[in-house]
Design a protein around this ligand. Structure first.
Ligand code: PAF
Length: 315
């Protein structure tokens, strides 16, 4: 594994990989890696010959009162996890490499960036779209792997890649959860024991609505009300919304298209997000005893992953 900090170095290393005809998979991260990131690496490795992981805490996606300065960092640990995970290149640029003096050009995402987190974090998705655009231009991967936990981010990046003609496949990988249901996030480390216990109400809310959906409930208000009932341990709740999975506009009731039930909430000062996709077009899968968390996964993502796995080259 190589660790590279400059764009020139990255281009040199990737030119060699491309010359050898290798398919490049890319996992953009802000570091402080966890099992969720490693699942992205695993998905990339399964579908690519070389995997690049970027580690860059992107200043432009943080608001003035957000946690940029305290965002958890442990570069040596991240490097070790990447090496153990079979990553080919860690790209860890300096902020000046990404945003050189005089930088003034941004990617402005449209409607998909406005609801949900966009309403609470002005400028956030502009920063995300800009840095992902830049990283895609730097790495020029064949495929980029993003986690379903950041559902709106996936939608914004997918739209940007289509609108700006990036020749890249965008692959969404199901959320990885702690055994008790909490979605993995670098920010979970801010939670003390009592807050972590309270944070569980978020996944519980989503699971409860998902169970009701699987039992046949299709009314949007009913599903949202079920989730809301569990969200009494957060302070404050930013939103619990059921949105169309493609447009992110409020889902029409009764549900007939895939929709995402999305939650954002603070627990003791830490902002957490999570979601579950409710897909009325999918046949209800039989509950699995061996891999319980699969019960909660987005059926479409699961199908994609299964199809991808089935069509993967045996490298
Ligand atoms: O999801 C993240 O960690 C970040 O938003 C990303 C995609 C790496 C862009 O900074």
């Amino acid at each position: 594994m190589e660790t590279i900090t400059t764009l020139a170095g990255l281009r040199l290393a990737l030119a060699k990989a491309r010359k050898a005809g290798r398919r490049v998979g890319f996992v953009p991260t802000m570091g402080y890696l966890h099992e969720g990131h490693l699942a992205l690496v695993e998905a990339s490795r399964a579908q690519s010959d070389a995997t690049v992981v970027s580690i860059f805490v992107n200043p432009t996606q943080f608001g003035p009162n957000e946690d940029l300065s305290t965002y958890p960092r442990d570069f040596l640990r991240d490097e070790r996890l990447c090496r153990d995970g079979g990553v080919s290149i860690v790209f860890a640029p300096d902020p000046r490499e990404v945003y050189p003096g005089g930088f003034e050009t941004f990617v402005e995402p449209g409607e998909l960036s406005k609801p949900l987190c966009g309403a609470f974090r002005p400028g956030h998705f502009r920063g995300v779209a800009t840095v992902v655009c830049k990283l895609l231009n730097m790495v020029q991967p064949d495929a980029v792997f993003l986690g379903q936990k950041d559902f709106q981010q996936c939608a914004v990046v997918r739209r940007m890649a289509t609108d700006l003609n990036f020749p890249v496949e965008i692959i969404t990988v199901p959320t990885v959860r702690e055994p008790d249901g909490l979605a993995m996030s670098s920010r979970n480390r801010y939670l003390n024991d009592e807050q972590r216990q309270r944070a569980l109400c978020i996944s519980r809310a989503l699971f409860a609505a998902d169970a009701k959906f699987r039992a046949g409930e299709r009314e949007v208000d009913v599903l949202v009300a079920i989730a809301r009932r569990h969200l009494d341990q957060v302070d404050p709740l930013h939103y619990v919304e059921l949105v169309d999975a493609d447009t992110l506009k409020p889902a029409a009731s009764p549900l007939s298209h895939p929709a995402a039930l999305c939650v954002a909430a603070h627990v003791g000062g830490t902002r957490l997000i999570d979601n579950v996709v409710l897909n009325p077009e999918a046949d209800a899968p039989a509950p699995s005893k061996t891999v319980p968390e699969l019960h909660w996964l987005d059926d479409r993502v699961q199908d994609t992953l299964t199809c991808d796995r089935m069509s993967m080259p045996s490298s």
